[in-house]
Design a binder for this molecule. Structure first.
Ligand code: FNR
Length: 380
């Protein structure tokens, strides 16, 4: 309605309302390095294409005369009511796309009361982002450090700063082969990492100081070593449980058996995700894996979804296939690049309005009414 009314006065929206066109719009304002960092994926980009193809394969089947005029998008996650089933996915080093980085994202998320998930690789500190987020809901994403002191320090700071749920990303124990970043020698990343978590963490800094040379290359290699390698096991999740007294979710789950193991290990939720096609090239479209994972979890933990969500119809499809909520990745980061805080707000508000309208026009009033019966699987 706001857009129609402004139209009466001859004013057009500042940014495009076509969320699938954001990458193209952002390409006009971002440097090629920054655009490559956000838009890029693993290897040939096959997984990113598979993510979108999976959404195209499922089609909505609208029902008529269901009286869906009054709608309520809210969902309850871990006892907290969210106004809509949408969270901001953890995205590292956001200062690459806009100088305000995560601070702008935190303010926009708070304005809409949607949870922001702060990345371990953020370009502002845990505490600065919490201040910018104010009374807004916030979760913390952990790249699980090999060093127990750094792990404990980061988690204690996040808990103290009001982050409620912990999202442990398991799929990035090595950075993937990402040609668009490799060809540019990860330059934007390296230029922006000086202030990033865990660089700013006291436990990490005290280790650097013990090294012969406290310079950026040493720090960079130490950082990479901190997160690389996979000697971790399902049993060790109990360590995280001791360090975090709130809900814990595992992100990067793509197989129903892994989802079962997560539930058996006492986890509170899983995020079905292939990291937006940025880790394994040639991976299955993330949405393809959602139904079997939702069946395996069978209500014993929360199932969240990401990778490829671009508009309201995608949100409705993911919910119908068993997700309680979705994480939005690249689109809000393009919004950040286009207009800082107001760009992120624009993208989020557009997605919520589109989701609301699409849910209603498909014949439903609330997310809980959705099921696979709302969908048709296209052949081929
Ligand atoms: C990410 N993602 C990510 N995930 C994570 O757990 N920690 C991180 O630091 C990052 N960093 C990051 C940077 C950039 C530029 C992108 C695009 C993505 C993955 C992110 O959380 C999410 O899984 C995907 O972005 C979802 O896919 P879409 O929505 O981008 O297709």
């Amino acid at each position: 309605n706001e857009i129609y009314l402004r139209g009466l006065a001859g004013t057009k929206p500042e940014f495009t309302t076509d969320l699938t066109a954001l990458e193209q719009a952002a390409a006009e304002v971002l440097t090629p390095e920054a655009l490559g960092y956000v838009a890029g994926g693993a290897g040939s980009g096959a997984s990113m294409r598979a993510n979108r193809a999976a959404f195209d394969r499922w089609q909505l089947v609208p029902r008529m005369l269901t009286n869906a005029t009054e709608r309520d998008l809210s969902v309850t996650l871990f006892g907290e009511v969210l106004p809509a089933p949408v969270l901001l996915a953890p995205v590292g080093v956001q200062s690459i796309v806009h100088e305000d980085g995560e601070l702008a994202t935190a303010r926009a998320a708070a304005a809409l009361k949607l949870p922001m998930i702060l990345s371990t690789a953020a370009s502002h500190t845990i505490e600065e982002v919490a201040d910018a987020n104010g009374a807004g809901p916030r979760w913390f994403q952990l790249y699980w450090p090999n060093d127990p002191d750094v792990c404990a320090s980061i988690l204690a700071r996040a808990r103290k700063a009001g982050y409620t749920a912990l999202v442990v990303t398991l799929d990035t124990w090595s950075l993937a082969w990402r040609p668009r970043d490799l060809d540019r020698a990860y330059l934007p990343f390296i230029k922006n990492m000086g202030t990033a978590i865990p660089m700013s963490d006291p436990a990490f800094r005290s280790q650097l100081e013990k090294m012969p040379e406290d310079d950026l290359p040493t720090a960079l290699l130490h950082w990479i070593n901190l997160f690389t390698g996979t000697d971790k096991s399902w049993d060790q999740l109990s360590v995280l449980r001791e360090l975090w007294d709130g809900p814990i979710l595992l992100k990067g789950i793509q197989h129903a058996d892994d989802a079962r193991r997560a539930v058996d290990a006492g986890m509170d939720g899983v995020v079905v995700s292939n990291h937006g096609g940025r880790q394994v090239d040639g991976a299955a479209g993330s949405l393809e894996m959602l139904p079997s994972i939702a069946r395996a979890v069978d209500g014993r933990a929360e199932v969240l979804f990401d990778s490829g969500v671009r508009n309201g119809s995608d949100v409705v499809k993911a919910l119908a296939l068993g997700a309680k909520a979705v994480l939005l990745g690249r689109p809000y980061v393009y919004g950040l690049g286009l207009g800082g805080e107001s760009g992120v707000r624009h993208v989020l508000r557009s997605l919520l309005a589109d989701t609301d309208i699409t849910l209603g026009l498909t014949g439903f009033r609330r997310p809980a009414e959705l099921s696979p019966a709302a969908l048709h699987r296209a052949e081929g």
